[in-house]
Write a protein that binds this ligand. Sequence first.
Ligand code: NAP
Length: 250
Amino acid sequence: MNIYIITGGSRGLGAAFVSATLRDSNKVISIARTRNEELDKLQSKRVGKFIQCQFDISNIKELDALIDQILDDNDIIQASTITLINNAGILHPMKPAESCTAEEFQHILAVNTLAPMALTAAFLRKTAKFGGEKYILNISSGAGNTSYHGWAAYSTTKAALNRFTQSVAFEEEGKDNPAKIISLAPGVVDTDMQEEIRNSNEDNFKGIERFRKLKNYGHLSNPNDVAYKALQWLIDEQCENGGIYDIRNL
Ligand code: NAP
């Protein structure tokens, strides 16, 4: 049995991760604010066990208790692999830094960076004695390495996530049973987040036209293809601990 904890499993890429992992005798736990009824129907067609945990991950102080609650000790004993996928993410505030409020900065940092950090820490503590394979997949963005006009907040959260990934991998070195942690930019994926980008305006985001063209020319990636490839890469021998990858280069 493999256990997967997926943040933002209610929609987009996260729902694709749920669909890709909910098979065999796997246990899949999604953490998101809303419940996806379609995924409950999927559960009835698959053998695996699926739990939707409705939770706002910006409540970072409660994430340690959440991991304790959803990662059952009996399941850990029976598991072959345990994987945390820090996928949930937001773009807002999508506007130049000078137009953003302190509260907006605080919220995007909480969801995109602090929650993955706190969940990673809680996950490592909870699985410290687990003898099987441990994986942490942080979903980053090309914006973590590149500046886009109007994405100062978002880019910063993803750049920090990349550095955190490298630092944790460094700390895992030399442990008896280290976790493998990587950051992966998923490319331009056909989800609600892309719709949000296309519906923004040029004053706030100067790169908008490129994203509208990518959609019009059918150049967005399918979330299911991205999820499948990401999961394959995570367990690939060539995938190095602490690696910062872009799926478009794999
Ligand atoms: P999406 O369609 O907007 O879905 C975002 C997911 O995050 C939803 O399931 C949402 O669930 C969850 N979420 C947001 N805020 C949350 C909160 N406070 N607590 C719990 N869950 C929360 O986005 P996506 O395109 O699938 O993006 C997935 C990841 O890929 C993100 O990290 C994003 O930065 C990254 N990414 C996407 C693209 C792209 O082209 N789509 C490109 C680069 C990187 P609820 O609303 O139900 O809470």
